[in-house]
Design a protein around this ligand. Structure first.
Ligand code: NAP
Length: 247
């Protein structure tokens, strides 16, 4: 039987779809969320309906104590088998010369430091060096890491570039300890993140520039994440997998 997966930002969007995709394959799911308790509870209920254990945990990924609590709650359900570093934020469109410290600190705290804190906890528990069972980490990066997002949010793109580099380095660091570390780089996916950046119609507006001529669904990203954590991907580590319709 698969173990427990921690999914940060599991209350909606890609994280919610990922939690459900793991549940469908028999994983117990720990759903991290920041504000949306109702959304997280809904995801937990749907996971339980699929016959697996699930729990919602309020956690700000930039807070070390919260992160410790998230992993402690997960282990109440069984041994940790996977971490999906999915929680992430964008901000409103701006040029770099309009960005100040407050915006930049939030962007890099949530999108980079949070995943580092979570990965550290996961490695402690999963590493065969410490008697753990091994496992997988998947970082949810973005196609923005290679596109740069000029005039929109170069800060967001750069934070995802940092996440890609963490993926490459950590993958090599723990490859001999039974842990595989990979990233998915979604393109334009239909979630609420675009509204939170002030562009609710963003996917529709940019659709024509995607070679596949459409936005992606959260479930299409979730399936790639689940595959990366599966035995079928047993020789895949340090991979940056684009899920972006060719963009
Ligand atoms: P979303 O719908 O806005 O959901 C974001 C999730 O992150 C929510 O569950 C939110 O929790 C959580 N979150 C935000 N700040 C947090 C914090 N400080 N601590 C813990 N959780 C926090 O976003 P999404 O579109 O599904 O995106 C998920 C990931 O995919 C992000 O890393 C994003 O950068 C990446 N991505 C998305 C797209 C896209 O087109 N949608 C493309 C490329 C990459 P609450 O709901 O409880 O506030």
């Amino acid at each position: 039987m698969p173990g427990v997966v921690v999914v940060t930002g599991g209350s909606r969007g890609i994280g919610a779809a990922t939690a459900l995709a793991f549940a469908r394959r028999g994983w117990a799911v720990s759903v991290g969320y920041r504000h949306d308790a109702d959304g997280a509870r809904g995801v937990v209920g749907r996971c339980r309906d699929l016959g697996v254990a699930a729990a919602a945990v309020a956690v700000d990924v930039t807070d070390e104590e919260d992160v410790a609590g998230l992993f402690a709650a997960a282990e109440d359900m069984g041994p940790l088998g996977a971490l999906v570093n999915n929680a992430g934020v964008v901000d409103v469109q701006a040029r770099v010369d309009q960005m100040g410290l407050e915006r930049l600190a939030r962007m890099f705290s949530v999108n980079v430091i949070g995943p580092f804190l979570c990965a550290a906890r996961a490695v402690h528990r999963m590493s065969t060096n410490g008697g753990g069972p091994g496992g997988s980490i998947v970082n949810v990066s973005s196609a923005a890491a290679r596109l740069g997002s000029p005039g929109e949010y170069v800060d967001y793109a750069a934070s995802k570039g940092a996440l890609d580099t963490m993926t490459l380095g950590l993958a090599k660091e723990v490859a001999g300890e039974g842990i595989r570390v990979n990233a998915v780089r979604p393109g334009l996916i239909r979630t609420d993140i675009h509204a939170s950046g002030g562009q609710p119609e963003r996917v529709e507006g940019l659709r024509a520039g995607v070679p596949m001529q459409r936005g992606g669904e959260p479930e299409e990203v979730a399936e790639a994440i689940v595959w990366l954590c599966s035995p079928e991907a047993s020789y895949v580590t340090g991979a940056l997998l684009d899920v972006a319709g060719g963009r």
